[in-house]
Design a protein around this ligand. Sequence first.
Ligand code: GLV
Ligand code: MN
Ligand code: MN
Length: 397
Amino acid sequence: MVNPDRFLADLHKLRSFGAAGVGKGVVRPAYSEADVAARRWLADQMRAAGLQVAVDPMGNLFGLTEGPSLLLGSHSDSQPEGGWLDGALGVIAALEIARAARENDGPPVSVVSFQDEEGRFGVTTGSAVWSGHMSQRQADALTDHAGVPLSQARQVMADMVTGEVDPAQFTGFIEMHIEQGPTLDTSREKIGVVTDIVGIRDMKFTFEGQQNHAGTTPMPLRWDAFQAVSAFNTLLNERFQNVVTPQTVWTIGHVSLHPNASSIVPGRAVFSMQWRDADADRLQRMEQIIRETAQEVAVQRGMQLSYGPMLGLEPVAMDAGLQDALVQSARSIVPDSWRRMTSGALHDATNLSRLMPVAMLFVPSIDGISHAFEEDTCEADLVTGLKVLAQAVGLRR
Ligand code: GLV
Ligand code: MN
Ligand code: MN
């Protein structure tokens, strides 16, 4: 039987690594001091639970049981400003279930906390490398917004690395997560069984114009990189109208102006462009529109245009058998309070679906808020999720 008090205590303890901001906020980006300290603490908990700790060169942390096992988990890194549950919930639920399974002669369960799911360097970088979606060499060349290469950042965990971890020992993967959107909170349902995860594309763009004096440079003689980003955004929103659905999303979430001063016409703008949809063809059409629009703006406004590497993951379906196990469990624990749903957020489960059967379950997010300090879920709902997952993997209640 799982122990809800122990599970909640561990979840609060994990939050103490990088606790920040209002409410239950967390700042624990991949390879930061807080992230590495949290991984060392997690490794200790895994050992105490009788699991064998393994860390691969990316810093993905595993707690392994003997022989073939089901893998449970998620990630313990956070966004630059994140909440206490995104990723952490799935890792601590996995730890509690693996521990309870060993105490109660339950099924073999291993635990994982993937590294850099939140994309300091890429898109779900740790599980992308572990699953073979991206090579270590490709990943090492990625840089964060400050220009630090992943090859350098991951050295902070070098003393923890034990070697590669063979995926063949796992019979499947289940990731429990907060929904991070409004669906369950609005419907007042307790459990979401995920049917599929949308796809994503993510790219860096640079407009290079001419830095100049903000007082003396007449408007027609400016090559202002911010104005180019602004024009690009307006045009793109217009052009997407005939292509997108109400579920399609796109975001310019990071903009860096050079030199970023009030009295200087900015000469360079580097910005992120990310788009997500459940249909791979639509992602492709959007890419074409994005590239054409950026080109057009560059020509009209006298900008040099350059691109960073295009990162992405395809939309994927969850395994029918594992979904059924979650549905059976939800039906018996919260009979009228669950639904099947698509995940609009990305997860390590997408990468793992290349290797093994995968499934996911969601619990509600209060007011649908996530990737923000305000992210939260009622503790009773967290425990309901834990019990649904435990029963689905075959632990007695
Ligand atoms: C994962 O955190 C995502 O961006 O969906
Ligand atoms: Mn997450
Ligand atoms: Mn996240």
